[in-house]
Write a protein that binds this ligand. Structure first.
Ligand code: LMR
Length: 396
């Protein structure tokens, strides 16, 4: 059987890091996968995480499985972080939260349940979106269609196009939006625009699946949750796929959560039972360690303060790299306007580079970015900036 199997194409994002690792150039720069790096180019273990790990090492006694839906205390803290601890949804017990292996695990469990309940539904994704979105949804058996989202000529959200497309999504279909720090464009709706989106979702009776992987990387922890909270004020039901990979720097620990918001508490309980059945048939139960770290931090006032400082530092470093990038580029190519990069939110810059220019960056300069032109600003440093910008200036 294996003889007949052809090699699969490399992954659009993680495949680039595989190519980067094979590149012998000592000056190579990897700005493909969305992983934060500090000034020295290392992906740091945050001081708050370091301390939580130390405490866990001293106190851990149990090596057994977690429940299928994960650690209940982690689930509570995760939902309070996203929805706020004052949320009426939590007070009314309308949310069911399940710990998952990363945000991708949350998306997949959500997609499995959606396919069981709505076998004919289509998931509508933004154009562009995270390249793995269609793959996860299709792997679960769902159809995928595209919504207009980005105006590439103006380098900004195509809000009129998005609204118009949302207006024509059939009732009962699923719309996948990015809660903040849109990946790959960094173009997010304003609070007023979220309000209008939320109303269209409500009027059209479509089901929102909100991918929330970058809370705290845009403008702040609460500011970044504003869009998600606005949608939930309008719609009766939704899924939120949450990732703690970026904001806790827990990439390899696979730490995420799926929050199902329901109209009635008993609906939430029933949905959770079905989500558990989906998880059990997929990965059985989630990994322990990352969620234990998040729980330890959020449950301790001092550690939580430290984590907020760690998160602020990452967010501000990325902002400062945006400014430096625009400044360095304008010195090298005064004929081109890159100021839009300072308006974008989160980890990525959607540079406008063409796939051919991206290929030249890799082949001639050992600079690796995603072929849709997405550059990980979180991987820029004062040391690699000049070389990076010279390479980009050369291929433009
Ligand atoms: C990214 O978009 O680079 C991250 O979300 C990592 C991934 O899994 O693709």
């Amino acid at each position: 059987m294996f003889e007949a199997i052809k090699p699969a194409p490399p992954d659009a994002i993680l495949g680039i890091t595989e190519a980067f690792r094979r590149d012998p150039n000592p000056q190579k720069i990897n700005l493909s996968v969305g992983v934060y790096k500090d000034e020295t180019g290392a992906t740091p273990i945050l001081p708050s995480v370091q301390e939580a790990k130390r405490r866990l090492l001293e106190t851990e006694r149990d090596a057994g499985y977690l429940p299928i839906d994960g650690d209940p205390r982690f689930n509570r803290l995760a939902s309070e972080l996203v929805l706020t601890d004052r949320s009426s949804i939590l007070a009314e017990q309308r949310a069911a939260t399940m710990q998952t292996p990363g945000g991708t695990g949350a998306l997949r469990v959500a997609a499995d349940l959606l396919h069981r309940v709505l076998p004919d539904a289509t998931v509508w994704v933004t154009t562009p979106t995270w390249p793995n979105h269609p793959k996860v949804f299709q792997a679960a058996g769902l159809r995928v269609e595209q919504l207009r989202y980005f105006d590439a000529a103006q380098n900004r959200l195509d809000f009129a196009g998005l609204l118009e497309d949302l207006e024509s999504v059939p009732a009962g279909d699923v719309v996948c939006l990015h809660g903040c720090c849109h990946n790959p464009t960094g173009a997010d709706p304003s609070p007023e625009q979220w309000e209008r989106i939320a109303r269209v979702l409500q009027d059209r009776a479509v089901f929102p699946l909100l991918d929330f992987a970058y809370q705290g990387f845009g403008r702040g922890l609460d500011e970044d949750a504003q869009g998600v909270r606005t949608v939930l004020e309008h719609v009766p039901e939704a899924f939120l796929a949450v990732s703690f990979s970026k904001n806790f720097g827990l990439y390899r620990e696979r730490t995420g959560a799926l929050i199902a918001v329901a109209e009635q508490p008993e609906h939430a309980a029933n949905v959770l039972s079905q989500l558990k059945a989906c998880a059990r048939a997929n990965y059985s139960n989630p990994p322990y360690h990352g969620a234990a770290v998040v729980k330890t931090i959020l449950d301790d006032e001092r550690l939580r303060e430290q984590w907020l400082a760690d998160l602020t530092q990452m967010r501000e470093r990325i902002r400062s790299m945006r400014t430096l990038f625009v400044k360095t580029m304008s010195a090298l190519r005064p004929d081109r306007d890159f100021s839009f990069i300072e308006q974008q939110n989160g980890m990525f810059s959607f540079s406008g580079l063409t796939p051919e220019q991206v290929d030249r960056l890799r082949d001639e300069f050992s600079v690796y970015v995603v072929r849709n032109g997405r550059i990980n600003v979180g991987g820029m440093t004062p040391q690699n900036m000049q070389r990076l910008c010279e390479a980009i200036a050369a291929v433009l």
